[in-house]
Write a protein that binds this ligand. Structure first.
Ligand code: ADP
Length: 925
């Protein structure tokens, strides 16, 4: 241990010693106070009790005489002959009515029967009698009545100056008063802190139950103070608080311990909790109905405290046995402190230190509070640490999700695009059917990925609200168009009702609003088997804003009452039995709610199980053109869903376009999507290639991918614009991006792009874009083109070997693998090109590759020999002579168990084989 540590330890020990010295000094050592000692004011005299028949029996005062409850006890004495008449006498009563007579004259009376809220007896209090001239030597009679167990109890009587007596009471009880007041103030402050944390931060502190227990304890001590009649107006009410706090005190205590022990013993603790609550409710009812006073049920409350204490002790012993006590070692030290202080309290009580009653207990309680606060502090720090870690983890998770979904979107783009081409070109019904299945599955996969991306953006707080002006009618049409196909497919009726007073143009985040409405409409359709779906648009003006209100109602399966609260929780789906066939992730409504709230709006749902649901959203929007929208002709909306005029009604053989994308499959898709325009298409697989092409050719449009290695789309455009002499300074450049986040469009426009298309490219959107940005003089009708003999296909430049045109597989194979001996191969096929292509397909499907790898892994030379033999002959037949020759060498090596040759050549052979298979896959699709 280093010196500093030793000093710290000895300093702490010194403080403890000083504290102990002080406490013991004050409590144990004789008093040195010489002013206002109550004892010296005690009225000592010989007393006699007067019985009913007038007999006088000498009695001890203070003391207890024989008396039935309710019976009036009368005791008499003679006042001293030499009395100072400025003095007062103070009679201490306990739950008794009192009358004091001097020389037969009633000089003081105490009874609360007209002022107490309930109860049959007056509470404890001092009754003062002012002495007059001539009272000396007279007879003093003191009459007491009570229905309680205190019948016959006669407490201390004092004589002296009134102020002296009161001050004396104050000072003599200061050992209790000060700690009680301190405890009260502390608990009041603690409760304020707990309420603040609860209301503002929705945080519950375990220590709050302990603070409540302390508050009850301080109330109990304060309400028991001997001079309470000077501080409080109605002491009958105060006296009730004494009993209430005693009956309730163990409840928050037990709840505190239960929470500290992580509710491991809830069952055991339910016993004292239930008992104490029954005692409290029962005693209160009996008291309010004036059947039994609180004071008489006090033993039941004490039993409650004992039961609670036993339960706490038992559970703590068990915790020690199970080594769980470590979890809350500070609290257990605090409880130990409380036990020790209670022990002292009892000792002090029996040593008759009545003026210090409660002091040791308060010290113990304060110690426990201190320990509990230390534990709470530790817990809070732990929670903060965990929160911080969780934030980091969530950030990492959302970055991962964002990256992953971007990565996943790229291949899906290719799948959707390729499939679109299949759909356009296929005539076989089976193929169309399969292709439709691919379309719907990939669309739903894409929408799940979009949902996941949205959720990760929302959770990481990166979801932006981007406002722009929009026409309400377009919003309605868009939403309608998206869902109408599904509505039709299910045979439902969609009703659109728009309030004529809605403003024509609003300003808000229309993309998000559209997404929200489409989500609600899609759900309405998904969860409705037959009947109607209502899409209502209305709103109201308030503070210059338009509170756009959209209702989506359906006559579908509805939502059970117990599920309504969980509706907006992530991944919650209901009625899975019924909805087995309905696709979904349970993310949609969570996103809807987040979007609506981000836009400062609200969402509510009403639903009747089996009958249908009504979702209502209300979002504030700025009014840009307040003219009323008027009657929205639903027929015109419906017309909006008709496929827009096919822009491929024109062709543009003179137009030159450049497509830049690092993924060949994307280029492939794109070329096919634009092929019916018969434009001259150039492709580039990187930014650099784009710049060199753009330096030579003036393009009408450039479609540029965003994410590319080395130089991304934004950088490429930046470099293109930097060159003052470049041919393409005014060329329309469209960003192609899978990063279709809200708010990105504005970013792209700012960077100099003319517009953007999100991937996967939707053919209609692409067509609209070409129609919009391609100058009219480049567009000609297909008929005039054929008469002019122009434009017989896509003109592709030879700068990119991967560019795919509409050539045959054989042509493509020759271009991609010029060293394939196709001539001899076709000869083998009897000169039939189609047969050769068929054989190539079989070759790719043979599975030799996997079997060879397996045989190699197992070093199974027999199997290896068999496979390379087949590979040799088929490869040679199909013109892959190089591979055929290697296979022959390997066949020989396998036959001779020549592991060395096999090990050296195997990888090279396999990579050549793989390259051939990959090329064939591309060629044959
Ligand atoms: P998903 O539809 O992908 O499952 P949502 O978050 O959109 O996820 O919806 C969560 C659940 O709420 C659904 O699984 C469904 O049980 C229920 N639900 C949503 N909309 C409706 C509706 N209009 N009618 C009945 N149930 C609905």
């Amino acid at each position: 241990m280093d010196v500093l540590k030793k000093i710290k330890l000895s300093f702490t020990l010194s403080l403890i010693v000083v504290l102990v010295f002080y406490i013991f000094g004050q409590i144990i050592l004789p008093s040195e106070r010489d002013v206002l000692v109550l004892e010296s004011n005690k009225f000592n005299a010989d007393w006699e009790q007067i019985s009913d028949n007038g007999d006088r029996i000498p009695v001890e005062v203070p003391g207890k005489v024989k008396a039935e409850p309710g019976e009036e006890v009368r005791v008499v004495t003679t006042l001293p002959a030499d009395m100072d008449t400025e003095q007062v006498m103070a009679f201490s009563t306990i739950w008794q009515d009192a009358k004091i007579y001097i020389d037969g004259e009633l000089r003081a009376e105490y009874s609360t029967k007209d002022t107490r809220p309930f109860g049959k007896n007056s509470t404890f209090r001092y009754v003062f009698v002012e002495l007059r001239k001539g009272d000396s030597g007279k007879e003093l009679m003191y009459c007491l009545t009570t229905g309680t167990k205190y019948s016959g109890t006669i407490r201390n009587i004092y004589i002296g100056d009134k102020v002296d007596i009161i001050l004396d009471l104050f000072v003599s009880k200061s050992a209790v008063t000060i700690p009680a007041a301190l405890l009260f103030i502390l608990s009041l402050f603690g409760i304020a802190v707990c309420v603040f944390l609860r209301v503002i931060y929705k945080k519950h502190l375990t220590v709050s139950y302990l603070i409540i227990a302390m508050m009850l304890c301080s109330i109990w001590m304060i309400s028991e103070l001997e001079f309470r009649q000077i501080l409080f107006s109605n002491i009958s009410v105060l006296a009730c608080l004494t009993y209430v706090s005693v009956m309730l005190i163990s409840v928050p205590f037990v709840l505190f311990i239960n929470e500290v022990q992580n509710e491991r013993y809830s069952k055991i603790f339910s016993v004292p909790l239930t008992y104490n609550m029954i005692v409290f409710v029962g005693a209160t009812m009996l008291q309010v109905m004036n059947i039994v006073d609180f004071v008489d049920v006090l033993p039941f409350a004490h039993v409650g405290i004992i039961i609670a204490s036993v339960c706490i002790i038992v559970t703590m012993i068990n915790e020690i046995r199970n080594k769980k006590i470590k979890e809350y070692k500070y609290v257990s030290i605090g409880i130990l402190g409380l036990v020790v202080s209670t022990f002292f309290e009892i000792i002090l009580y029996y040593l008759n230190f009545t003026n210090t009653i409660g002091t040791a207990l308060v010290a113990g309680l304060l110690f426990l509070l201190l320990m509990a606060v230390v534990k709470t502090g530790q817990d809070l720090m732990e929670t903060e640490k965990k929160k911080h870690e969780a934030i980091l983890a969530r950030e990492a998770q959302s970055n991962f999700l964002a990256n992953m979904s971007h990565e996943i979107r790229t291949p899906i783009n290719a799948i959707i695009g390729m499939n679109e081409m299949v759909l356009r070109e296929a005539s076989d019904e089976n193929v169309i059917e399969y292709s439709n299945a691919i379309r719907s599955s990939s669309q739903s996969l894409l929408s799940i990925i979009n949902d996941v991306l949205d959720i990760s953006k929302i959770e990481s707080g990166k979801m932006e609200i981007v406002e722009s002006n929009y026409e309400l009618s377009s919003l309605i049409t868009d939403c309608h168009n998206v869902v109408i196909e599904r509505v039709r497919a299910k045979g439902l009726n969609l009703h659109i009702e728009c309030d004529e007073n809605c403003p024509v143009v609003l300003c808000g985040d229309v993309a998000h609003i559209r997404q929200v409405i489409i989500n609600l409409l899609t759900n309405a359709v998904k969860y409705t088997e037959n009947g109607d779906v209502y899409f209502r648009i209305k709103g109201e003006k308030y503070d210059d804003q338009w509170y756009l209100m959209v209702e989506v109602e359906d006559t579908g399966i509805g939502i059970a009452k117990e599920n309504i609260d969980k509706l907006f929780v992530k991944f919650e789906r209901f009625d899975l039995q019924k909805n087995r066939s309905v696709e979904g992730t349970g993310l949609g409504l969570n996103i809807v709610k987040s979007f609506v709230e981000l836009m400062g709006g609200t969402i509510k749902v009403e639903s009747e199980y089996g009958k249908g649901s009504l979702f209502t959203i209300r979002i504030p929007q700025k009014i840009m053109n307040p003219a009323p929208i008027g009657k929205i002709n639903t027929a015109s909306v419906v017309r909006g869903k008709q496929p827009a005029k096919r822009v491929s009604d024109f062709i543009a053989p003179q137009a030159k376009i450049l497509i830049v994308d690092d993924v060949p499959a994307n280029l492939h898709v794109f070329i096919n999507l634009v092929k019916h325009y018969k434009m001259q298409v150039d492709t580039a697989t990187c930014g650099q290639q784009c710049l060199s092409l753009a330096a030579q050719t003036k393009y009408d449009m450039i479609f540029m991918d965003h994410m590319m290695p080395e130089m991304d789309g934004i950088e490429t455009l930046g470099n293109l614009k930097k060159d003052p002499d470049n041919l393409n300074s005014d060329t329309v450049v469209i960003m192609l991006t899978a990063n279709a986040l809200i708010g990105m469009k504005e970013m792209y426009l700012e960077k100099g792009f003319t517009d953007y298309l999100s991937k996967p490219v939707i053919p209609e959107k692409l067509e609209n874009m070409i129609d919009r940005y391609l100058s009219d003089d480049k567009k000609i009708s297909p008929d005039s083109a054929s008469s002019a003999g122009k434009g017989d296909g896509v003109s592709t430049h030879a700068n990119d070997a991967k560019t795919v045109d509409n050539s045959t597989p054989l042509q493509r194979l020759k271009r991609l693998m010029p060293d394939v001996n196709t001539q001899s191969a076709i000869r083998y096929c009897g000169g039939e090109e189609d047969m050769y292509i068929e054989l190539l397909r079989d070759y790719t499907a043979e599975g030799i590759y996997n079997r060879l790898s397996e045989a190699y892994d197992k070093m199974d030379f027999k199997a290896y020999e068999l496979e390379v033999h087949t590979l040799k002959s088929t490869s040679r037949t199909l013109g892959f002579d190089k591979l055929g020759n290697i296979a022959e060498r390997m066949q020989l090596a396998a036959a001779q168990n020549d592991a060395d040759t096999i090990n050296t050549v195997h990888d090279d052979m396999m990579s050549l084989y793989k390259k051939i298979l990959d090329t064939l896959a591309e060629v044959l699709q």
